[in-house]
Design a protein around this ligand. Sequence first.
Ligand SMILES: Nc1ncnc2c1ncn2[C@@H]1O[C@H](COP(=O)(O)OP(=O)(O)O)[C@@H](O)[C@H]1O
Ligand SMILES: [Mg+2]
Length: 346
Amino acid sequence: MVGRSLESIRKAENAGKLPEQDKDERGRRLGYSLEQVNLMRDVFGTRPGRSAEDTPIIISVQNFKGGVGKSTVVTHLSQHLALKGYRTLVIDCDSQASTTTMFGLNPDLEVGDDETLQNFLEPGGENNLRYAVRRTYWDGIDLIPSNLGFYDTEYTIAAKAFREDFMMMDRLRIGVEDIAQDYDVVLLDPPPALGMISLSALRAANALIIPTPPSTVDFCSTAHFLEMLSDVLTMFNKAGLRREYQFIRVLATRTSEQHRADSQILTMMSAVFGAQMIEPRLKSSTEIRNAAARMMSVYELAAPITSREVNMRCRASLDQVNEAVELLVRKTWHSHQADLRRAGYL
Ligand SMILES: Nc1ncnc2c1ncn2[C@@H]1O[C@H](COP(=O)(O)OP(=O)(O)O)[C@@H](O)[C@H]1O
Ligand SMILES: [Mg+2]
């Protein structure tokens, strides 16, 4: 994880360059927390993030349908990136606040209406997003939480955008681009609806991942989403607000090898989307559901819930998807090109 041999780490520890590792009462080493690992990465200069010249990647994990796995992808992807040492910001733009909940907050009790995006997006509010950023218990992941009150902002923006100010839809982009300078990757979790917040997220992002389970309904929903996307981008272009995306990818989620219908639709999706599909699929797994019932991600489980085998299969699938996204991100950064070429990715 640190990118240095055990020997170099011990040497640095003995030389007092690294903080003492925690030990139990018998003097045995207790292992490292992510925070300690990140400290070591800082000492050795082995953080994998972008250079100051590279653009922070702002990924919106977006589809207009609920239950397709958006929040699941956002949560697990952010934790994967944080384990690797990327500085990550998660922005919950959904008033259902499931991502906020997954990060251990009770949106009704622990998130005030003035602590979500609302305060920035509504007229007369804050002029940047820093007030809303919280550290999470995951070192390297910050969160802008959401709560039910954020739903009102949908109407405030709509009313204002239609009556007087089309640029209201651009406000989130301005706030996010500003704060993104502090991070390697920003992940947006927009609401499952075709509204002002969704449009604002589309505008704020510079990369899109579109999760789609292999069902006819979800496939159709994704087709509509893409049509809409094309219309919206044309509309923005006409208004002189061109948006370039570093990548747009469809991610098959909740897939199951057992179902014949699933694999037929997957074949169709591959034929339609071709190279725009992320090759690994996020398999359907009871472990994800079981972990979610405890308000945890699969990466947070201290022990398997369903069974060891199911847990391992699920983690492998999550890792594959997350690594594919990590690679897409790294490919956009100039400072990573030489390493990627050496590793045969370019
Ligand atoms: N790959 C998967 N396997 C099994 N259950 C999943 C998977 N992805 C998501 N789920 C479950 O489906 C439900 C909806 O997922 P969620 O990520 O909240 O979707 P969205 O954010 O698009 O509404 C949650 O209960 C989640 O635990
Ligand atoms: Mg969600």
